[in-house]
Design a protein around this ligand. Sequence first.
Ligand code: TPP
Ligand code: DXP
Ligand code: MG
Length: 623
Amino acid sequence: MTHTYPLLQTINSPDDLRRLNRSQLEPLSTELRAYLLDSVAKTGGHLSSNLGTVELTVALHYVLNTPYDRIVWDVGHQTYPHKILTGRRDRMHSLRQLGGLSGFPRRDESDFDTFGTAHSSTSISAALGMALASRLKGEDRHVTAVIGDGAMTAGMAFEALNNAGVADCNLLVILNDNDMSISPPVGALNRHLAKLLSGQFYAAAKNASKTVLKGAPPLWELAKRFEESAKGMVKPITLFEKFGFNYVGPIDGHDVDTLVSVLENIKQLKGPQFLHVVTKKGQGYKMAEVDPVAYHGAGKFDPAVGLAKASAPAKITFTEVFGNWLCDMGAADNRLVAITPAMREGSGMVEFEKLFPQRFFDVGIAEQHAVTFAAGLACEGLKPVVAIYSTFLQRAYDQMIHDVAIQNLPVVFALDRAGLVGSDGATHAGAYDIAFIRCIPNMSLACPADENECRQLLSTAYAQETPVAVRYPRGAGAGVAVSCALETLPFGKGEIRRTGKKVAILAFGTLLYPALQAAEKLDATVVNMRWAKPLDTELLLQIAADHEMLVSVEEGCTLGGAGSAVLEALAQANLMRPVLQLGLPDKFIEHGDPAKLMTMMGLDAAGIEAAIQARFGGLMTPV
Ligand SMILES: Cc1ncc(C[n+]2csc(CCOP(=O)(O)OP(=O)(O)O)c2C)c(N)n1
Ligand SMILES: CC(=O)[C@@H](O)[C@H](O)COP(=O)(O)O
Ligand SMILES: [Mg+2]
């Protein structure tokens, strides 16, 4: 179906939006939702969350004087309507592609993107900083944080509420409650929110909101009147009021007119304000409403048909390898407990939860807690497996050191999304785990080269009585068949995969395969190092003794990475060899097609070969 966007095409900035009559906001929202759907269907992206924030975005830019007034979007995966209304409509076709718009807010992309986000639960802290800065500078800006019910579960959000509730400044926190994280939400906070929406209170408020909340008097007076009129109904005292916020809501987040009225009223109030908005994830697109999980981060699709069902079985992904291993090891050992900080689907744990619900723990977006919780389980003799994206483990660094490693507890860290991730870009790249884990005493870190080795190294990690991380990338690998066994590999040992002359390539992880290809052209030796820590020093020194030049290859930052470990080991042994370190450079790598990015980084076979030629070419014997 071809849509036309007569109103939307007149909106090139929020100034244009603010010139509309209020009666035009609803038709504009309809056009915006259709445009969004059409555009995300072509690029892929975080559809469900964005469908849910259309009216809220329109209302916020209508009422606030953006960009002077600040909106901080939590996670930022719901900012496509905001991007469309803030001058980026015509670039939506480039979303999340190389050189195109980011899928998240970026300060270098637009003045309307006041704060870069992508990891969750930072919005209240950042907005509080802005609000206090505004007060200290004598400015009169309005600052608003928009945070989802999933993001609200993180400790950081509560640290910020705790601070903001007593800070003398004007800050509005909007809770966008769609009763979903990526998967269904978990925990006591969700129960509290459900209670606020339950029974007659929200239903009555929804009906009454049009008449009651539209007027000019300040909200608390209106709320009082409303409470009086709603005889017999008890509005529970909310957690947010206990934190010192003036709680308003819950209100219908798809009623743009009411949203505008409420926001205009709140604008007049001083001190910390909390607005509870109820939305539906996937709103307006039936298939996303029915299955918001599938459309959370969707690939390209035909809106008339929905997401395509896979026709041929695709190559198994590392995530699936992990998920299968988890089920098999869970069946073999009932001490195994699996933990995810809100990434059940992405980490491949859906099946495990079905099979072993008692031993599955989705702790919400709470990476720090996930790791310390695992430490507690390990203290009591259970065998925790924390499945966590490499980038999100950054949140729990101290917990990994203080709660797990110092006590040398046997926790397995299954680090998915290690290396570049593609369309999510720099915020989600697992670029640093080798560097930040290998310096922690007691920690070990395995880097499987392929699918089967991933399974074997997970079993090896699980067999240890010490903490071990296993890192693997997003997507599929070389296509190596995976065995059904739970066999282990020798701990801390690598293997020689090709014997050549003069140059030895030391591969850490999946780059073994392009390294092998490059080695054919160079007649180089290739070693599958398998472990970044402990480093197989015996093998390394033997290889170093037999070769003139060494090359380390890893899908991680070169600064402090596995190549650095090689240099340290050589220095320690007083064995000097020229070492070329190949990996991710000292800069953030933008979003784009993963294969293209790897080529740009020089980490495909041709790039590895070219880099070796450039550095050592003169010293090598032509093949
Ligand atoms: C620190 C961190 N952990 C996990 C994620 C992955 N993640 C992205 S969105 C999301 C769900 C957020 O739920 P909510 O805030 O309610 O927004 P919704 O998707 O419902 O719009 C999760 C878990 C993340 N971005 N950051
Ligand atoms: C916004 C966010 O953090 C997640 O939705 C993330 O984009 C998921 O990434 P994967 O698609 O790799 O699971
Ligand atoms: Mg939500």
